[in-house]
Write a protein that binds this ligand. Structure first.
Ligand SMILES: *Cc1c(COP(=O)(O)O)cnc(C)c1O
Length: 378
């Protein structure tokens, strides 16, 4: 069994993918070009944003966004403590300081209450200027934008939505990757919409920021690549990846996202009352980047993981450490004392195989093994 079965997916979409790749190779246009333009239009239409700018990966997408806002040394950017490293790394890469904020125990997403406290704290200390909050749509469920937006507006902060795991999620009829003032995603192969290498995208309705990002990802270009008006970087999406993503987006939108939600439903039916299953808020939909359960304690988690491994069922711990525990961030000189929920989760979370091609029998098999451990300790 695979954790995220990209082989099964390829078997289903093989003809379209092979044709798309062949077309790019025959055209010998490997960077930028019409396929990238088309993909950007399709992605913008899908999420409902005015602009989409593709780039080399999801981390660059975050850095480019912060650069477009001019985030720099002396600025503070608030980031959930329970996330992938890149959500905090991008802030430090711009010379600013990431302030890590505890998350909600049930949704794993940034806590509005703790965010409010953290902003107050930074203002009181007066060392850094609060500029933005990076919300992460962790494991595929959008962050609680109603609450976060209120706080961001009160303190005049921009929202950068890190939708690396969120693509395809919704709140009501609104799609993820369009909840931030700027939003980003990643096309790393294992993400909800993945390519066959690295890729990323930036979304915004703001013309000025869109233009800045477009310039920044091609060496700060002005009128062209050899007219340079700012210091940028080289961060573009390969044409082959764009061609692959055009095919994948079609399948994702037509049935994969629905199938993934069906798999989540099967897990819920099997595991409800056995372990803590993911809690999706009313009116929210997840794109299920991960299906993450919360075990009773770290011992139970270890037993479950060992049992699954014996049956050749892969499982992963996302995440074993909070950002505040990462050595790379040990020099941050703002003290936040409360990481209670992150600390609770890092000791108990376990992510199970999750992808649109998982069969009902496989979900039942995985669930029976988990049930046996919880009920009998084996
Ligand atoms: C994967 C991921 C990223 C980084 O994306 P890459 O394409 O791997 O650079 C950023 N944030 C989160 C939350 C992620 O899961």
């Amino acid at each position: 069994m695979e954790f995220r079965d990209l082989k099964r997916q390829y078997q289903v979409i093989k003809k379209d993918i092979d044709n798309a790749i062949k077309e790019v190779i025959e055209s010998t246009s490997f960077v930028s070009g019409i396929k990238v333009k088309e993909l950007e239009q399709q992605l913008a239409r899908y999420v409902g944003a005015k602009h989409c700018i593709t780039c080399a990966n999801g981390t660059d997408a975050l850095i480019l966004s912060l650069m477009a806002w001019g985030i720099k040394q002396g600025d503070a950017v608030f980031v959930p403590d329970f996330t992938f490293f890149a959500s905090g790394e991008c802030v430090a890469a711009c010379g600013a300081v990431p302030i890590f904020v505890d998350v909600e125990r049930d949704t794993f997403n940034i806590s509005a209450e703790q965010l409010y406290k953290a902003i107050k704290n930074v203002l009181k200390e007066g060392k850094y200027k609060p500029k933005a909050v990076i919300t992460v749509d962790i494991f595929g469920q959008p962050a609680n934008y109603v609450h976060i937006r209120q706080i961001a507006e009160k303190f005049g902060l921009w929202i950068l939505e890190d939708g690396a795991q969120g693509f395809g999620g919704t709140i009501g009829d609104k799609k993820a990757c369009n909840f931030g003032d700027i939003s980003t995603t990643s096309f790393f192969p294992a993400k909800p919409l993945g390519c066959y290498g690295d890729g990323g995208a930036v979304f915004t309705d703001n013309d000025e920021w869109a233009e800045a990002v477009r310039s920044l990802c091609v060496h700060g270009k002005g009128e062209n690549k050899y007219d340079n008006v700012r210091i940028g970087m080289n961060s573009r999406l390969d044409t082959i990846q764009a061609a692959i993503l055009q095919v994948k987006l079609k399948h994702f939108a037509e049935y994969e996202l629905d199938q993934t939600n069906r798999v989540a439903q099967w897990y819920e039916e099997q595991l409800c009352g056995i372990v803590n299953i993911p809690h999706i808020l009313n009116d929210f939909c997840s794109s299920w980047a991960q299906y993450t359960i919360v075990c009773k304690d770290s011992k139970e988690r270890e037993q479950i993981q060992d049992t699954l491994q014996r049956e050749q069922i892969p499982s992963m711990i996302y995440y074993r450490k909070g950002m505040h525990e990462q050595k790379a961030f040990e020099n941050i000189d703002i003290v936040v004392e409360n990481y209670e929920n992150t600390n609770f989760l890092t000791r108990r979370v376990l992510s199970l195989p999750m992808h649109p091609y998982l069969q009902k029998e496989e979900v039942e098999f995985i669930s029976h093994k988990i049930k046996a451990v919880v009920e009998n300790g084996v």
